[in-house]
Design a protein around this ligand. Structure first.
Ligand SMILES: Cc1ncc(COP(=O)(O)O)c(C=O)c1O
Length: 403
């Protein structure tokens, strides 16, 4: 039918979080104080000098009202390369960098440039929701590798090796991870990279968007430093959204071998052209300016993590591992199954999430959305008082439930 919608969307999951957010918004509109543990963005503001740089860019002529180069302003690409050298321990060339409208868009450019029907893309579960959906939009097939809390939600090399086939087009790793906060240490990552290098000729895509948010002295290791001989098929994804609390500015990037970077330039050149000029100037300031605000944010997140994890573990039967990074606590909430809710016993993580929202005014994301039924993701991008208040509210709801 000429007026039908594209079939490629039939396989894409509508987001459960949207339904949750809609319910949370209704409650807020009715004057209820909802604890927002569902959010995927820092509650901080970027450093003041970021705004200053944006203002200055607006006043400078020719200002920010013209297109930039598709792949980004040269000064930003250079700053990204210098930052990658300093913070991640390896030095890409500016020609490898494509500045996109956020890291999600960088991943989408990559998906269009790489995935075709018949391709398999290996993704460890729990995973960030957009990875499999982008694969499916392109008609390719996500292949999940299950991980367990006992293994810190990290892939075992043997399980990973089993998932690789001649059809594997790419592997997507996220470290530190959304939703679990888990991060691979050097040995663990080396083992995974070695399996990939020797057992597969696919691409390795590593999402390092949370790499600056790691705690207790944990050292983030970039996969790019572990396979210098395989850099012709590795892609690193990064951006300013999480590190500098700049989600709304929409600046992220890919660092890829030049052949792939050129393909992505073609994709982006036919879709968004460049990322917004003013945001690129702001990103240059964020990356090249003093980093003390980042350290402050990280220290605050570390404290909040400890509070969130301890509080979650104090809810009857709930179990939560201490994550190495990001700003999410991923808790096993199966002990709450059976609590009566709307005339039926709670039977899955989605029920738990809606029950928490209705009975405790807590918004958080059910694990099924991330390929981990039974779990709930609690974001601690909110202050300690709110964390304590929200968990106390859940505990009170559990006590009331008379399960
Ligand atoms: C793992 C991961 N990658 C990428 C992104 C996208 O970041 P951006 O805001 O730069 O598009 C997110 C945002 O939630 C994320 O959690």
């Amino acid at each position: 039918m000429p007026t039908s919608l594209a079939k490629r969307l039939d396989v894409v999951q509508p987001s459960v979080t949207l339904a949750m957010n809609a319910r949370a918004a209704e409650k807020r509109a009715a004057g209820v104080d909802v604890y927002a543990f569902g959010v995927g963005e820092p509650d901080f503001e970027p450093p003041a000098f970021v705004f200053e740089a944006a203002r200055k860019a607006m006043e400078t002529k020719p200002g920010v009202s013209k297109y930039t180069a598709v792949t980004g302003i040269p000064a930003l690409k250079q700053a990204i390369c210098a930052r990658t050298a300093e913070m991640r321990g390896w030095t890409p060339k500016p020609a490898q960098v494509t500045v996109a409208v956020g890291a999600k868009h960088a991943l989408f450019n990559l998906a269009i440039a790489l995935y075709e029907p018949g391709d398999e893309v290996v993704i460890p579960a729990p995973y960030w929701v957009s990875y499999p959906e982008q694969v499916k939009i392109c008609g390719a097939t996500p292949v999940f590798v299950e991980t367990s809390v006992e293994d810190g939600f990290k892939m075992k090399p043997e399980a990973f090796a089993k998932a690789l086939t001649p059809k594997t087009k790419a592997v997507i790793l996220c470290t530190p991870s959304n939703p679990t906060g888990s991060a691979y240490n050097r040995e663990e990552l080396q083992a995974i990279v070695d399996v990939w290098k020797t057992k597969s000729d696919s691409w390795l895509i590593v999402d390092e968007i949370y790499a600056d948010l790691v705690y207790d002295g944990f050292k983030h290791v970039s996969a790019a430093t572990l396979a210098p001989d395989a850099m012709d098929r590795m892609v690193i994804i990064d951006g300013v959204s999480k590190t500098y609390a700049m989600t709304g500015w929409r600046i992220g990037w890919s660092i890829a071998p030049e052949r792939l970077a050129k393909a992505m330039d073609t994709v982006q050149g036919q879709s968004t052209t460049n990322a917004t000029a003013i945001a690129q100037h702001a990103a240059i300031a964020a990356i090249t300016g003093p980093q003390d605000e980042v350290v402050k944010m990280r220290d605050a997140f570390a404290k909040r993590r400890d509070v969130m994890v301890a509080e979650l573990n104090s809810i009857r039967g709930v179990k939560c591992r201490t994550p190495e990074g990001a700003f999410y606590a991923f808790a096993d909430c199966r002990s709450l199954y059976g609590i009566p809710y709307k005339g039926k016993p709670i039977a899955n993580d989605e029920d738990v999430a809606f029950w928490m929202l209705d009975e405790a005014n807590v918004a958080a994301v059910p694990g099924g959305a991330f390929g981990a039924p039974g779990y709930i993701r609690f974001s601690y991008a909110t202050n300690e008082e709110r964390i304590r208040g929200g968990i106390a509210s859940i505990k009170a709801a559990v006590e009331r439930s008379k399960k």
